[in-house]
Design a protein around this ligand. Structure first.
Ligand SMILES: [Zn+2]
Length: 85
């Protein structure tokens, strides 16, 4: 089996994730191990459907913007409510 085009692979159950979208949809977020500038990526930890934890390299900048985005969305919703009232 070639893993050349697979984004992530679970050694426990053998599940493969074709791309990042597939990976995000079928795993649950656990946390991010920040490499603190040691590398240009962080390690994102997510649980496979079998329960074992997988790690994938994620660009450091991307992980930061993802942490911010829920707050931005919330603030936008508040702002639109206020403008209606
Ligand atoms: Zn698995």
């Amino acid at each position: 089996m070639s893993l050349g085009n697979v984004y992530a692979h679970c050694n426990c159950c053998g599940r493969t994730y074709d791309d990042r979208v597939d990976y995000l949809e079928h795993t649950s977020y656990v946390g991010t191990l920040e490499t603190g500038g040691l590398f240009e990526y962080d390690l994102e930890l997510r649980n496979c459907s079998c329960g074992s934890t997988l790690s994938a390299k994620t660009p450091a900048l991307e992980s930061r913007s993802r942490q911010v985005s829920p707050l931005v969305t919330k603030n936008m919703q508040v702002a639109s409510k206020n403008s209606k009232a």
